[in-house]
Design a protein around this ligand. Structure first.
Ligand code: NAD
Ligand code: ZN
Length: 670
């Protein structure tokens, strides 16, 4: 390689890495696997090592990858928040150990091993035992002030436990979304016909950057702390620090271990390689730290990493195999997903024949072609995925891949919604998987709860031509059901009993059961409570819809589209004739009261449990009034986080009663 070639490659790699960093930290998206990313970074480090004079001062090898955003206040870190050097090999760990030994001039040192939690780094500052601020890592020097969001995380104490804490200290840790929470969220997304989230890390990262803390609160994030900083901590080792953090009431993972030698560290790594999958947090490796804080100081830092720590990353298992075909699945909502059909290959102990391909963009980005040799990876997800193409193995004649234009099930031309990656089959009324999916959704436990009808029965009914939409359920006759494969007298009666009982299901469940795009369970509840009955909802204009708290443009438009279709109107008429509940049960209105009769409120700041719109609604429902400016006549200032100082001052001057969200909740409790 000539110097000129090296120069070109360094520039290209830097640009690529900058792009992936931006996507990862700013947009919370991974376009390549961490392993691929780390390979690019290693290549850049290698080239810069060979040609030191070509190294740019702002090279990604010299900087922490993140940036600060405009949406939050910028805070300068008291102690810089750095990255960790990383490795995928035991030999490189042994080299790290040699460097530590040399740097300290002794072999009298210990290591402290922890799992590397795959979330978002956070710094929490406590003054006099109280949480003062929570800041993201940002570019390492400056981060985003996300205190309001961090306060919604239950395991972050607002006040530390006990009396034995330093006057001012900082703890650092990783905010993450527990795997169980992530999977539940995705199930909900699927049921609501929304695009699924890629992984817990990106979801946690995206959630922390939301402007509305009440959504953050609903997302149930968690946080493990793994570092204590400050002038007056009175700890000599990292181990002491972890124990101290724990005694102050912070959440600490119980997976750490102290090791005397690097070989013990390697044992620890092996032990957790498989066990880590049983934890309710995604992990991508191990962090190894020199235990003594004095020795940490002695070793110091490079521009980007501490010299006293390193991370060992587990490589996702990967295999190379031939892509034999691409087939397409049509989901309940008509969304089309491509699936790779592979030459069977052994991966992580199982034979893999199919893998997910995400979407058309992804296929195009990878320039994937049938006949290619592709890399298949099994990460934390259960379904393996295609992560790349081995271009060196491509036959010259392979034609470029063409994504289908028509539905494989009903041959309707596919559409693509702007801003969304997937194609859709718009033929909701007659596309077989969509009909079966719709009925499956309707009878689901969380919707109309007709447990006498499962997927198998739906298929039988559909194949006989008895079921073209959910209203047909209420026209089923005993003879039809009795004559189905595998049905007897009792099972047929049971099925019809279940259908009959569903006529009493509450209106909001029916609304959810209809499977209107973006109308999930909570949205259905909100709409039902607001409009009270089907007719009012059907008549509602776009403006009236978006005026309902938490109903955005997208949901409103979806409802308008739904009710505009004559076949949907007909469906609803049939359901009404069959005797289903078309209005909410009046006993539900008893939440409202006249407890706040005649009282005026100003709402300011950001709240933990409710959005501002919800608070407004609650005040109105209980007879109170929301006004916009503070005057001497005002009764209450309902104050959340980030309230403007001017408002506060004015309220204090006029001696207005300032109440918190929980004070308010107390006021409307009956
Ligand atoms: N796929 C992509 O597009 C892409 C893009 C950018 C970065 N990345 C990945 O991110 C890595 C670099 O990111 P980084 O600098 O945020 O992280 P890092 O891998 O360099 O590790 C540092 C971070 O580890 C975390 N951590 C978790 N558990 C810890 C523990 N027990 N002790 C200390 N720290 C712990 C902290 O958040 C800390 O900031 C890359 O190596 C790559 O794998 C991927
Ligand atoms: Zn179709």
């Amino acid at each position: 390689m000539t110097r000129e070639e090296a120069n070109i490659e360094i520039k290209r790699l830097s640009q690529q890495i900058d792009h992936y960093n931006y996507q990862y930290y700013q947009e919370s998206e991974s376009e390549v696997s961490d392993y691929e990313f780390d390979q690019l970074m290693n290549r850049l480090i290698e080239l810069e090592g060979k040609y030191p004079d070509l190294k740019q001062s702002d090279s990604p090898t010299q900087r922490v990858g993140g940036t600060v955003t405009k949406e939050f206040e910028t805070v300068v870190h008291k102690y810089r928040m750095l990255s960790l050097a990383n490795t995928y090999s035991a030999d490189e760990l042994r080299e790290f150990d040699q460097r530590v030994k040399k740097g300290l001039g002794t072999d009298d040192y210990e290591y402290f091993c922890e799992l590397k939690f795959d979330g978002v780094a956070i710094s929490l500052t406590y003054v006099n035992g109280k949480l003062e601020k929570a800041v993201t890592r940002g570019d390492g020097t400056r981060g985003d002030n996300i205190t309001a969001n961090a306060k919604t995380i239950r395991s972050i104490p607002l006040k530390v436990r006990g009396e034995d804490y330093p006057a001012e200290f900082e703890v650092r840790g990783e905010v993450f979304m527990p795997s169980t929470v992530f999977h539940a969220l995705n199930e909900q997304k699927e049921a609501d016909g929304e695009e699924k989230l890629a992984n817990p890390r990106n979801t946690a990262s995206g959630t922390l950057k939301m402007q509305d803390s009440s959504i953050v609160a609903a997302r149930k994030l968690d946080c493990y702390l793994y570092s204590l900083l400050g002038e007056d901590n009175q700890v000599a080792t990292h181990e002491d620090a972890i124990k101290k953090i724990e005694s102050m009431g912070f959440h600490v993972s119980q997976t750490y271990e102290k090791c005397d030698t690097i070989e013990q560290v390697i044992d620890y790594i092996q032990k957790w390689e498989t066990q880590r999958h049983d934890l309710d947090v995604e992990t991508d490796g191990i962090v190894i730290k020199v235990n003594s804080l004095d020795q940490q100081n002695e070793l110091g830092f490079t521009a980007k990493n501490p010299r006293w720590a390193i991370s060992y990353k587990y490589k996702a298992e990967s295999a190379l195999t031939r892509l034999n075909d691409v087939v397409y699945q049509v989901g309940r909502t008509g969304s089309v997903t491509p699936v790779a059909v592979l030459e069977p290959v052994l991966l992580a102990g199982t034979t893999v024949k199919r893998a997910s391909l995400h979407n058309a963009n992804e296929i195009e980005r990878q320039d994937l072609r049938v006949g290619d040799y592709v890399f298949v990876e099994k990460g934390g997800e259960i379904i393996p995925k295609v992560t790349g193409v081995d271009l060196s193995k491509r036959e010259e004649s392979l034609p470029k891949f063409e994504y289908i234009t028509h539905c494989p099930e009903c041959d309707t031309e596919l559409v693509r919604v702007e801003g969304e990656a997937n194609h859709y089959c718009p033929n909701i009324e007659a596309c077989p998987p969509q009909i079966k999916g719709m009925v499956g959704h309707f009878v689901h436990r969380k919707a109309m709860d007709i447990d006498s009808i499962g997927d198998q029965t739906i298929k039988l009914l559909y194949d006989k031509g008895y079921l073209k939409n959910v209203a047909d359920l209420y026209d089923l006759t005993y003879e039809q059901v009795f004559n189905l494969d595998g049905f007897k007298e009792l099972s047929a009666q049971n099925l019809l009993k279940g259908v009959e009982a569903s006529k009493q299901a509450p209106f909001e469940l029916l609304l959810f059961g209809l499977g209107i795009r973006y109308v999930g369970k909570t949205v259905a509840e909100k709409l039902a409570l607001h409009f009270k009955n089907m007719e009012a909802l059907r008549q509602a204009s776009f403006e009236e819809l978006v005026a309902v708290p938490e109903i955005g443009d997208r949901i409103a438009q979806s409802l308008l589209d739904y009710f505009a279709k004559p076949e949907n109107q007909e469906l609803i008429e049939r359901l009404e004739k069959a005797g289903l509940q078309m209005e909410v049960d009046p006993s539900q209105f008893e939440t409202s009261s006249d407890l706040l009769e005649g009282k005026t409120f100003v709402i300011s700041g950001v709240f933990e449990n409710h959005s501002r719109d919800e608070l407004k609604e609650l005040i109105k429902d209980n007879g109170g009034k929301v006004v916009s400016s503070i005057s001497a006549k005002l009764d209450y200032l309902l104050a959340g986080d980030k309230m403007g100082p001017a408002k506060l001052e004015k309220a204090n001057k006029l001696e207005i009663t300032i109440i918190s969200e929980s004070d308010f909740e107390g006021m409307i409790q009956t």
